[in-house]
Design a protein around this ligand. Structure first.
Ligand code: UDP
Length: 346
């Protein structure tokens, strides 16, 4: 069975392609390489022993997208990752985000419909929940959606609505939206991992880059929040557990196990960890003393959020298996391999 993975050279995409191929799926990747490297395809081949097909073009181009689907008539499902994802940048350049994230989705759904491709998995985000009210912690899928705090977050909400409305209007297409919590870590081979562009915004790459000496010091954005140690709490999830959730979603669709034509699943571990918990785990698994300081709060940060994954566990038959130490250990292994030039990436 062949799956189109858009954004398949990116962080989550590349790990998911590995997991799909190791579970017997064929994969064709489409990626415009806005924020990733074609070397990911070589790295995937090295891990799996089989090369995914790969085409590089911009999915906002209707004509190119249409030509692609005309040429690949054997695609049976689409996992759509390709999107811009920097929250801060989206505030400064909203149209860049709306244009890319929304138009590419519309083009893909149009072509799926035209070519009778039924199965769509969409990468959504727990940002749609904002800061949940206390009665919704851990947060279930039916919790209210809060007004998005950034154009990026809004594109995820809009995309979920576009998929839901289209599926309601035509029963040919089925969709699953996976709402990811905080993906971190890397494939155990350290051949693929997270490669942030410039200065990282996210905690884990900032930690590993600081430990390696690329950044002088990690700023912990606030320790006066109403949490046990004063730092914000997130549901960090190992990237390989996240990758497996996509295989589970595709199988649920192709095995005809869906209960509704559009389903939404939380993809988290169900456990919340604070920033200091992550730092402590990193110091333990790496043996490196991390240089960090307490700094002012970061504007717009959610205080605490973690998933109720019981619906995913039950319905998808999927459960996160790796713990925080597995996450920090694999993230550090990847950072070192990359910096020492042991990976295929530039
Ligand atoms: N964080 C931090 N210093 C950094 C980057 C992140 O203290 O340099 C904190 C941030 O305030 C948040 C947590 O780490 O509490 C996770 O941040 P990230 O940006 O990775 O994820 P998000 O906030 O989008 O869930």
């Amino acid at each position: 069975m062949k799956i189109l993975v858009t954004g398949g050279t990116g962080y989550i995409g590349s790990h998911t392609v590995v997991e799909l191929m190791q579970n017997g799926f064929d994969v064709v990747i489409v990626d415009a390489l806005f924020n990733s490297q074609a070397k990911a395809v070589d790295a995937i081949e090295k891990i799996v022993g089989r090369r995914p097909e790969f085409e590089s073009f911009d999915l906002t181009c209707r004509k190119k997208t249409s030509d692609f689907f005309d040429r690949h008539t054997d695609i049976q499902g689409v996992i759509h990752f390709a999107a811009h994802k920097a929250v801060g940048e989206s505030v400064k350049e909203p149209l860049k985000y709306y244009r890319n994230n929304v138009i590419s989705l519309i083009n893909i759904i149009d072509e799926m419909s035209r070519h009778n491709v039924q199965n769509l998995v969409f990468s959504s985000s727990c940002t749609v929940y904002g800061q949940p009210d206390p009665e919704f912690l851990p947060i279930p899928e039916h919790a209210p959606i809060k007004k998005a705090e950034s154009p990026y977050g809004n594109t995820k909400q809009i995309a979920e609505s576009i998929i839901a409305d289209t599926i309601k209007a035509e029963d040919k297409i089925r969709g699953i939206a996976l709402r990811y919590f905080n993906p971190v870590g890397a494939h155990e081979s350290a051949m693929i991992g997270e490669l942030p562009n410039g200065v990282p915004n996210n905690l884990m790459p900032y930690i590993t880059q600081t430990a390696y000496g690329i950044r002088p010091i990690l700023k912990v954005f606030g320790n006066d929040y109403p949490t046990p140690d004063g730092t914000p709490i997130r549901d960090y999830i190992h990237i390989m557990d996240l990758a497996k959730a996509h295989v589970a979603a595709i199988r649920r669709m192709t095995d005809g196990r869906m209960k509704k034509n559009f389903e939404i699943f939380n993809i988290g571990t169900g456990t919340g960890y604070s920033v200091l918990d992550v730092i402590n785990s990193f110091e333990k698994t790496s043996g490196v003393k991390l240089n960090y300081e307490i700094a002012p709060r970061r504007e717009g940060d959610t205080i605490k959020v973690w998933a109720d994954p019981s619906f995913s566990n039950r319905e998808l038959g999927w459960k996160a298996e790796r713990n925080l130490d597995d996450m920090t250990r694999s993230a550090w292994k990847w950072e070192q391999a990359y910096r020492k030039g042991e990976t295929l990436f530039e």
